[in-house]
Design a protein around this ligand. Structure first.
Ligand code: HEC
Ligand code: HEC
Ligand code: HEC
Ligand code: HEC
Ligand code: HEC
Ligand code: HEC
Ligand code: HEC
Length: 502
């Protein structure tokens, strides 16, 4: 099995040595349901069951095991055959703490054990990531949580035979390099990688300005954050792997993202280093201190990444601008809460509050809510992320929910299974929709008729009778779509194939 608490994929004996053959269905734990494996990833419908990944014999051996096991040695033999070995089928102690042989040998001596137990200084026969400097600590996790490639064919072969030679505590990867498009040596290396893999390699993983956009590859974002330059910043600034406090409520909160139990997932994660902002939060955020609009994370690490059928926090600390949305298509943090406002609205506030220069906008960015633009004209990656953000209570507090039903109904017929899944889960959780039935796996013949049913259910049963809709929502005051507008915008939709390689 690959995966544990969100999504599980399964592997069978293939008969080709120790090569694994994929089981074609995956299990989604939260939904308690099975689905074809390819319908749990964001990939073009034409990839279907044939191409894409997770569906060839040996895929586990040559890709998944590198990050999903401890001390993987893929050991390619011939054709489809591998003779793979692992130490553990999961992420175990030595993956983060380095090899334990010396530690175990040393501590056979009970006197040493007691001395260490009573002393303060810890035990240097074993690496504790919490005690490493920022870059080393980050790399201990980033050896897996990053987009990496091999420097040469020889290095790839060495890895294939002997597995990783990197140990937590080392200051750089061995045999491999982290593929960071903005790094000095990247252009040459990345060009080679593009030749090795395919031209989509970059687009499948990064926004066009080089910000990583898929989950499980957090180190690419962390090292690009301005905070990383201080030398202290690492995964352990915010995460903790073994909480000490056994109280169930503490563990439940921890389990959500394995955040530090002392201040994890609060503004304190940032304020531990940026103390001066703490003196007057509102002077910086322009929202009341207790408002969700004063959350450092939601403006500086918004959910613009994607993976496991949901929006995921970007791990690159950045500040919201309207420019990023124009230049890269990445939704800015303000509009991910203020979904019903236009891009120009955001630019005006960013200008008035933070002195940012205001760009020129096309008519739709001045007149139509940012979310509607992204949902109708955007590419599949934008549609997935924005639709997921519509389900956040923070976003619903800022932009209300009344206007969401019609546009979500439209996307129940999205060509991408992942977008349909997220659309349905967002719609289902809106007031009055819990009994709406829908199946996201299937072709247009199954999904198209549900558009009308969902819209009419809203119009007849849920829509507040006297609500007057704003023209920026593409609705007429009474809740009917403005004639011709949906068709006009769908005509402009960015249909380039999107495959997000999480
Ligand atoms: C050997 C590779 C490897 C190393 C080293 C590693 N991870 Fe992971 N990590 C993974 C994989 C693979 C998963 C998904 C596991 C699963 O559910 O099957 C994961 C899951 C996680 C999750 C859970 C995400 C969720 O959805 O809840 C967090 C948080 C995390 N890792 C943080 C870290 C941190 C912090 C470190 C360093 C101290 C680290 N990891 C080291 C491979 C690794
Ligand atoms: C570069 C390292 C890396 C590779 C290679 C990799 N994964 Fe992952 N995978 C991760 C990390 C890290 C996570 C945790 C991400 C998160 O929780 O957001 C993860 C999460 C997952 C999950 C969900 C785990 C859960 O939370 O239940 C599944 C399923 C999964 N990967 C399948 C695969 C498959 C199948 C392959 C091979 C085709 C693969 N992965 C290759 C690093 C990797
Ligand atoms: C995913 C990475 C990871 C894995 C796997 C892991 N640890 Fe840790 N370990 C850490 C980090 C990071 C710390 C620093 C404290 C913290 O985050 O809780 C730590 C701290 C510790 C400590 C110091 C005491 C403490 O709580 O601070 C001990 C002992 C320890 N780990 C033992 C183990 C053992 C035994 C295993 C295997 C069963 C294991 N660890 C697996 C990352 C990991
Ligand atoms: C371990 C310490 C540390 C943590 C934790 C940390 N930062 Fe930073 N941050 C720094 C350092 C050091 C710099 C670079 C020097 C500076 O500008 O203060 C920086 C720079 C920044 C900048 C850019 C400053 C500029 O002038 O352009 C922003 C924005 C920022 N941090 C936001 C955050 C946010 C938001 C969080 C929490 C999600 C956070 N930081 C967490 C240390 C940290
Ligand atoms: C400035 C704080 C901060 C730093 C530094 C940080 N993270 Fe996170 N991380 C978060 C927050 C907040 C979440 C979201 C937790 C939640 O609400 O579920 C998160 C979520 C994750 C997830 C789960 C993604 C998902 O939602 O499926 C993984 C995996 C992860 N982080 C790994 C890492 C790794 C590895 C590093 C270092 C390379 C790192 N993080 C550095 C704050 C941080
Ligand atoms: C409502 C959105 C918003 C929230 C919430 C927010 N910030 Fe910012 N922050 C910004 C913007 C926008 C900028 C960029 C200003 C510019 O364009 O230079 C910024 C800039 C920064 C900077 C660099 C410049 C400076 O003022 O020092 C730091 C550091 C920073 N934020 C930290 C934080 C921390 C810590 C928190 C949480 C207490 C936080 N921010 C909450 C919007 C926000
Ligand atoms: C996490 C969600 C969130 C984020 C991110 C956020 N806001 Fe807000 N904002 C709110 C909420 C909720 C309110 C309603 C009043 C309150 O709680 O402060 C609000 C109120 C406002 C208001 C006043 C009321 C209104 O709607 O006219 C303005 C203006 C505003 N936000 C602008 C921004 C800008 C600009 C940004 C980005 C720099 C931003 N917000 C980021 C949630 C958010």
């Amino acid at each position: 099995m690959t995966g544990s608490h969100n999504l599980q994929m399964y592997w069978l004996e293939s008969g080709e040595g120790r090569s694994m053959e994929p089981f074609p269905f995956a299990y989604n734990i939260k939904e308690d349901r099975w689905a074809p494996a390819h319908d749990t990833f964001l990939l073009p419908p034409e990839f279907g069951a044939q191409v894409g990944h997770h569906n060839t014999i040996g895929e586990w051996n040559q890709a998944c095991m590198d990050c999903h096991t401890t001390f993987a040695r893929p050991r390619f033999v011939d054709g489809l055959e591998f003779d793979s070995h692992v130490v553990e089928f999961g992420i175990s102690c030595e993956a983060c703490h380095s090899g334990g042989e010396e530690h175990i040998a040393a501590n056979r001596n009970p006197l040493r054990r007691y001395a260490k137990h009573l002393g303060e200084e810890g035990d240097d026969t074993m690496v504790d990531p919490m005690k490493l400097d920022g870059p080393r600590a980050t790399l201990a996790c980033g050896q897996c949580h990053s987009i990496w490639g091999f420097r040469s064919v020889e290095d790839k072969l060495a890895w294939n035979r002997e597995g990783t030679q990197f140990q937590p505590g080392d200051d750089k990867l061995v045999l491999r390099w982290m593929m960071e498009p903005t790094m000095a040596d990247a252009s040459e290396e990345l060009r080679k990688e593009l030749q090795n893999y395919n031209a989509g390699y970059f687009d499948n993983r990064f926004w066009s300005d080089g910000m990583v956009r898929v989950t499980g590859r957090e180190m690419n974002g962390v090292v690009e954050s301005p905070c990383f330059e201080g030398g202290e910043y690492s995964c352990m600034s915010c995460h903790e792997m073994h909480p000490d406090d056994p109280k169930p409520e503490v563990l439940d909160a921890w389990r959500a993202g394995q955040m530090r139990t002392d201040h994890g997932n609060t503004n304190q994660d940032c304020l531990q280093c940026h103390e001066t902002i703490a003196q007057d939060i509102s002077a910086h955020t322009f929202h009341a201190p207790e408002s969700v609009g004063s959350s450092c994370y939601d403006c500086h690490m918004p959910h613009t990444s994607y993976g496991l059928l949901r929006g995921v926090r970007s791990h690159q600390v950045s500040s919201p601008t309207s420019r990023e949305s124009i230049d890269t298509g990445r939704p800015n943090a303000c509009n991910l809460c203020h979904l019903d406002e236009t891009l120009e609205w955001t630019a005006d506030y960013l200008h008035n509050w933070y002195g940012q220069e205001k760009p020129d906008f096309e008519a739709d960015d001045r007149n139509i809510a940012a979310a509607i633009n992204w949902l109708l004209k955007g590419d599949a990656g934008q549609r997935a992320v924005v639709t997921w953000n519509m389900s956040r209570p923070e976003a619903q507090a800022a932009s209300g929910t009344d206007w969401m039903y019609p546009v979500l109904s439209l996307n129940l017929n999205d060509p991408y299974a992942a977008v349909r899944f997220i659309t349905y889960s967002t719609l289902r959780d809106l007031p009055g929709m819990s009994d709406f039935e829908y199946e996201y796996v299937g072709d247009e013949a199954v999904t198209r008729p549900r558009v009308k049913v969902a819209y009419e259910k809203w119009f007849n049963e849920i829509k507040p009778k006297d609500h007057v809709f704003d023209s920026s929502t593409l609705l007429q005051p009474n809740g009917l779509f403005q004639p011709g507008e949906v068709a006009r915008m769908l005509e402009l939709r960015d249909d380039r194939p999107i495959f997000l390689a999480e």
